[in-house]
Design a protein around this ligand. Structure first.
Ligand code: ADP
Ligand code: MG
Length: 595
């Protein structure tokens, strides 16, 4: 066993301590605290879903308590009214939750801004009234005499037995979520929130992934509801008010909404605090009431003011630092590669393409062609429309008119993620990396479409073979642009020129037939530019076609096969570098101004 794999197998000391505590706790704690721990576990399940949904993906939900309620009531009805087994109750609860979440998710996850939180509040309120008004659910009195669970003849009828079941489920969910975030799907998920355009440009289906996470978060809440119903043996609508939904969200924020273990911290602290406040506050106010809500509100204000990332980063500092830092991946068999078009074969064709922003015509009647194994320079003054051409070809923006064909197929009406599948990869003029991810992980996003394993395989760690190959490929491409020493660094820590090189290696990881590079040499030193030119020549020799936007004329002229010159959205010249250099129209519009 190598040192690296031994280090991987050794559990994180904080995790080991936590598991040890969980094992010892039911023997060491009084019944009261065991029950408290049960509530913490139940809340952690729900909050974990919110961590993935809100913290990682950026979708805010105030309605998770309603999913808890659906499943608690379903198993209540199945077991008390129909005499069914709790396991049937679980299946029915999860099934019903999945149906509702899918329906709700299809409507809501595409909503932007405040619509999604509003929609989840509305959903939470209506679920509460449904629970409280249906005769079959016992109206506001709820359902009692729900049977205890039994598992291979072992009846879960005490707090300590429930503890075992709840915490096994919670730990499993925590590990599954951690596995998910550290996978192909997890990278996609973590990229979505702040880099949606980039993610779609590398083939990630944002809407589908968001729906999957919405569903997963609902199912976690549903599992919590089923455990809750059989632990408490009683359900009533009071446990599923919007207040409770807000508390879950607060727990996620307190813990640090983007980190899996933050769910445990948030759920623990607030559950304990709530218990303590319920005990102590009425003594001050000399009558009973939900005074803890006031304290929670004040705490929320303090937290948002003082520690926006929640408490998890504080705890993480006590541990070993960022566990996401990548060690160099082990060697793995290569991924399959796309066949390249024959040199000189028509590859990309623009015919009379137009794009306006309001009254501004950014691209006007633009036509040009690119062939296999060609480097075509696209030059022109700032604002000429070059980056807009990139956005049109890659599907980031829809064209207003004209046709774009790639290998004969119309692509001007396809979404970005479909165009990526055809083998078109790009870099962005304004660097589009995920700052919180390592260089290796950023580049691995480029290889997204070369893997196929989904979220469930990732949670169960069944995709390790493919993952190794993806990471190995990513590392190979990072090496190619000369950044091997920075594999594990966070991309935000690199100089701007190096970040552009990371962008190039991410595009390379997609195994592209056509690469669109938007000012790749900006910010590079002379020697780095030479190295980049060498790399682009080698790629051309391998049959990769490159559309290059660049302002450094020496770099461009020494590299490209042909040039297209734009000014005010129009093509003003096209030809060999020598011809363009001496073209009076070009000199007037562009080169003259620079030289
Ligand atoms: P270049 O890359 O050649 O410098 P761009 O394609 O970025 O030029 O921009 C061309 C013109 O279109 C500029 O005037 C720019 O301000 C405008 N433009 C580009 N993108 C947008 C956008 N998303 N919305 C509005 N105007 C835009
Ligand atoms: Mg530009």
């Amino acid at each position: 066993m190598t040192a690296a794999s031994a280090a991987k197998l050794r559990p994180h000391p904080a995790l080991a301590a936590f598991v040890a505590f969980l094992v010892v706790a039911p023997f060491a704690l009084s019944e009261f605290y065991v029950t408290l721990m049960n509530y913490i576990g139940l809340a952690t399940l729900v909050v974990l879903g919110l961590v993935l949904l809100t913290g990682v993906t950026g979708l805010m939900s105030f309605g998770q308590q309603a999913f808890v309620g659906i499943s608690a009531y379903t198993t209540g009805v199945v077991t008390t009214l129909y005499g069914g087994s709790p396991w049937l109750g679980l299946a029915a609860g999860l099934g019903l939750t999945a149906l509702v979440a899918l329906g709700l998710g299809l409507i809501t996850v595409r909503l932007s801004g405040h619509y999604l939180p509003l929609c989840t509040i509305a959903w939470g309120i209506s679920a509460y009234f449904v629970f409280g008004n249906l005769d079959v659910l016992g109206r506001y009195n709820g359902l009692g005499s729900i049977p205890a669970l039994s598992l291979f003849g072992w009846t879960v009828d005490t707090g300590r037995k429930s503890y075992a079941l709840i915490w096994v489920a919670t730990l499993a969910a925590l590990l599954a979520a951690r596995n998910l975030l550290d996978s192909r799907s997890g990278r996609a998920l973590r990229a979505l929130r702040f880099r949606a355009t980039m993610a779609e440009s590398f083939g990630i289906d944002a809407a589908q992934l968001k729906l999957v996470i919405f569903l997963y978060a609902a199912l976690l809440a549903s599992l919590s509801g089923w455990l809750y119903a059989h632990f408490l043996r009683f359900v009533s609508p009071g446990a599923f008010t919007v207040n409770v939904g807000i508390e879950y969200l607060f727990m996620a924020v307190v813990g640090g909404a983007s980190q899996v273990w933050g769910a445990v911290i948030g759920a623990s602290l607030l559950t304990m605090l709530k218990e303590w406040l319920k005990d102590i506050l009425p003594r001050f106010f000399e009558q009973s009431g939900n005074y803890e809500a006031i304290v929670f509100g004040l705490l929320m204000l303090a937290l948002l003011h003082r520690a926006r990332d929640g408490l998890m980063p504080v705890f993480a500092r006590l541990g070993r630092g960022d566990p996401r830092r990548a060690s160099p991946p082990v060697a793995a068999p290569g991924l399959s590669r796309r066949p390249r078009p024959a040199a000189g074969k028509l590859l990309l064709e623009l015919r009379g393409v137009n794009k306006s922003f309001g009254g501004l015509a950014a691209v006007r009647e633009l036509s040009f062609e690119m062939r296999g194994g060609e480097i075509l320079g696209l030059i022109g003054p700032n604002g000429a429309g070059k980056s807009t051409v990139f956005n049109l070809v890659t599907g980031v923006l829809p064209a207003d008119g004209g046709q774009i064909r790639f290998r004969g197929e119309r692509i001007d009406a396809l979404p970005a993620r479909r165009i990526a599948r055809l083998g078109i990869a790009r870099t962005f003029q304004h660097v589009n990396l995920v700052g919180a991810m390592s260089v290796l992980e950023n580049v691995a996003i480029g290889a997204h479409l070369r893997g196929a394993q989904g979220t469930v395989a990732a949670m169960l760690r069944l995709e390790r073979d493919e993952e190794r190959r993806l990471l190995h490929e990513a590392a190979r491409q990072v090496e190619r642009v000369g950044l091997a020493a920075h594999l594990g660094d966070s991309s935000a820590s690199l100089a701007l020129g190096q970040q552009r090189l990371v962008e190039i290696s991410r595009a390379l990881a997609a195994d592209p037939v056509l690469m669109l590079l938007d000012e790749p040499a900006a910010g590079l030193r002379y020697q780095e530019k030479q190295a980049l030119a060498g790399l682009l020549r080698r790629l051309r020799a391998e049959g990769v076609s490159i559309l290059l936007v660049e302002h450094d004329m020496e770099f461009v002229m020494g590299l490209v096969d042909r040039l297209v010159v734009m000014d005010f959205g129009e093509k003003i010249a096209e030809g060999l570098p020598g011809e363009i250099r001496s073209d009076p129209v070009v000199i007037e519009a562009y080169l003259g101004g620079i030289e």
